[in-house]
Design a protein around this ligand. Structure first.
Ligand code: ATP
Ligand code: MG
Length: 440
């Protein structure tokens, strides 16, 4: 443990921490929160990720404040109307800012008791900034900032690691990962998204602990993957997760791509490259594209994976459909008009197209099917690709047809005829319906 904080005025990002960004309401609110706590005689700083982001010249997503005020004192000071205890037993109060300022989390400096379940501490003890820094995960996330005096408080050599571009666990890495296994994935996420290296001791501990990641709840694991796979550096995230062996425990289905033989290596290379080629993908598209690289991957396997990751029904349906239709545009220029239009008007089709483009670009395969579909979409109005049906089931019943098993087949045949321009209006449709049902 560092016995004294390195206290300094930041030089890394004077503009971000200086007085130039008055307009950001969340930042202003975070300054006000610190001022008010100080005015009431408490110690208060910005803490953690927001300090890291400011020192990196990035706009923090949100601001966290650490203070020696107890949760009840924070609530008394700010009023119960504008505050909410979110982790009262861990001393965290959420303060609602005015207008667009968002929320600021105020946490009391604390030391954490033992982690008995590998996920959360048994209890917490209120303590000092120095001790509070020690409970945080990585040195770059372990700093405080005093926005009133523009000073960084750094008990963990976080600034040095920011400059060295290093993700390093605070204290003994094995111990820290043992306490909370989610930190394993957070390390990958920070290293990948910031383009930093993993400190070798931290990386060794990650490899040694990788199989423990499954103790973490699926929701927390999924949350991390969503952030990694939608980030521009998602390729690096996959690479690091594979290197630290976390990937094989989170996605055992990827194991055939992680073997050391040449074929597996090539599969891995192509699948990852395809994910890297996607342009600002949603999570579902990124995951589906990557899974497409797993040999013999099926819709059923994708459904099982989505269930395990606790994805929503909508997310699951999209991923499963993409897996099941991965090759559905092959031969598109030869499709009948009805087959083509049905495919192109599917709600997930644009993802399918993006996935195919990325896969072709990754493998160097010809883009002819992709370009044909892109061109068709560009040059054909939506009301031609997916026109309103000419006739409905109710219309058929009104005209004397009996609803039954054959009805869907009949309606599908009428739809095909419409999409292929063989019928153009209600009368055509009714005539064809009668013919097909043998009542003409
Ligand atoms: P981002 O919000 O971009 O994910 P962050 O560093 O702000 O990054 P948060 O999850 O918002 O991450 O957490 C805020 C701070 O709380 C972190 O910077 C870190 O100091 C601490 N922290 C968060 N999660 C953990 C954890 N699992 N173990 C130890 N400390 C943590
Ligand atoms: Mg944060």
């Amino acid at each position: 443990m560092a016995d004294a904080a390195s206290v300094c005025t930041p030089t890394l990002a004077a503009s971000a921490t200086g007085a130039t960004i008055h307009m950001d309401p969340s930042r202003q609110f975070a300054v006000d929160v610190v001022s008010r706590l100080r005015g009431a005689g408490f110690v208060a700083y910005w803490a953690g990720g927001c300090v890291r982001d400011l020192l990196l010249n990035k706009t923090p997503k949100d601001y966290d404040v650490a203070t020696d005020a107890r949760p009840e004192q924070v609530q008394d000071l700010f009023g119960h109307k504008r505050s909410r205890a979110v982790g009262a037993c861990f001393g965290v109060i959420l303060l609602h800012g005015p207008g667009a300022a968002g929320d600021v989390e105020v946490a009391t400096f604390r030391t954490e008791g033992p982690y008995l379940d590998g996920r959360r501490p048994e209890h917490v003890v209120y303590s000092t900034p120095e001790e509070d820094a020690q409970r945080r995960d990585f040195t770059i996330n372990g700093m405080f900032y005093d926005p009133l005096n523009s000073q960084v408080l750094d008990f963990v050599e976080g600034q040095a690691d920011l400059q060295r571009q290093l993700i390093r666990a605070i204290g003994d890495p094995l111990e820290r990962f043992r306490e909370d296994k989610l930190r394993l994935l957070r390390a990958v996420r920070f290293a990948a998204t910031l383009n930093f290296q993993l400190d070798p001791h931290t990386a060794d501990a990650m490899c040694a602990m990788a199989d423990q990641i499954t103790i973490v709840s699926a929701e927390r694991i999924t949350q991390e993957w969503k952030r990694m796979l939608t980030h521009p550096n998602r390729l690096e995230a996959l690479r690091l997760a594979a290197e630290t062996r976390l990937l094989e425990h989170v996605f055992p289905e990827a194991v055939p791509m992680l073997e050391t033989n040449a074929a597996a290596k090539q599969r891995w290379e192509l699948a990852s490259r395809a994910v890297g080629r996607l342009q600002q993908p949603q999570f579902e598209l990124a995951l589906a594209t990557w899974l497409c690289g797993v040999p013999q991957y099926s819709g059923d396997a994708a459904r099982a994976l989505c269930l395990r990751l606790r994805l929503s029904n909508d997310e699951t349906e999209r991923i499963v459909w993409l897996e099941e239709h991965a090759g559905a545009i092959d031969g598109a220029p030869e499709f009948s008009l009805s087959r083509l239009k049905r495919l192109l008007s599917h709600p997930f089709f644009l993802d399918l197209l993006a996935m195919n483009r990325a896969r072709c670009e990754a493998t160097g395969a010809p883009l002819s099917n992709v370009e044909f579909c892109e061109n068709y979409l560009r040059t054909t109005p939506p009301e031609i690709i997916n026109p309103l049906p000419l006739i409905s089931g109710d219309d058929l019943i009104r005209n004397g047809l009996r609803p039954g098993k054959q009805f869907k087949i009949l309606l599908d045949a009428l739809r095909d005829a419409q999409l292929e321009n063989r019928i153009a209006n209600f009368d055509d449709a009714l005539r064809l319906a009668m013919q097909l049902s043998g009542q003409a």
